[in-house]
Design a protein around this ligand. Sequence first.
Ligand SMILES: [Zn+2]
Length: 118
Amino acid sequence: MIRVLRVFWLTFWLTCPACQRGRMFRSLFVMNVRCPVCNVIFERDKGEVTGGMAINSVLMCLIAIVGAVLSITTDIPTAPLLLSIGTFMAIFGILFYRHARSLWIGVLYLTGSINEDV
Ligand SMILES: [Zn+2]
């Protein structure tokens, strides 16, 4: 369990889970193909980017659900609430993009899809 938490902690902060030092992203939206320190390949297959997108989508859905619950259970006017939730979702989706992809790399690392010796 400690290993799982450590890997997710490292990947949340965009750090390679294998060497715990290399940065996963070289710029705001560009992920390194290989770790600059230990040289592991982060996403071996082209479709692995969808895992990060799924994490981001689930979190966005949860935010939308919170917005829907707020609109039902409170007296907040619907239009401003929808506008603010929509704006928050758009900004959150962009800002959390790197973290979602990195967290998925953590899942791949924990399941053995990423290893140091390849
Ligand atoms: Zn590394």
